[in-house]
Ligand binder design. Structure first.
Ligand SMILES: [Zn+2]
Length: 87
């Protein structure tokens, strides 16, 4: 291999692939309301809290407690909604 060939090979040789660490999704706060069993999201009625507690996709289970604020029960609304600033 002469000099020109060596340079060409270096220029065309593939760069090493840098592997990035895969970011993990933040752990979900799976706080449950005591005494209530989670229900499938697909079976949740309009008045059920929709806070996700386990599973994903079609098997996702939600809190299921009675809704009090927005889409959530009181306990989960405290986690999900930021109170307005006090003036
Ligand atoms: Zn809830």
């Amino acid at each position: 291999m002469n000099r020109t060939e060596a340079r060409r090979q270096t220029a065309t040789s593939p760069k090493p692939i840098k592997r990035r660490r895969r970011r993990r999704a933040p752990k979900r706060n799976t706080a449950l309301v005591p005494g209530l069993a989670p229900i499938l999201l697909m079976e949740a009625e309009d008045d059920h809290c929709r806070y996700p507690v386990e599973g994903a996709g079609i098997d996702m289970k939600v809190c299921g407690a009675p809704r009090t604020e927005g889409a959530y029960c009181t306990a989960h609304a405290r986690i999900c909604y930021i109170p307005p600033p006090k003036i």
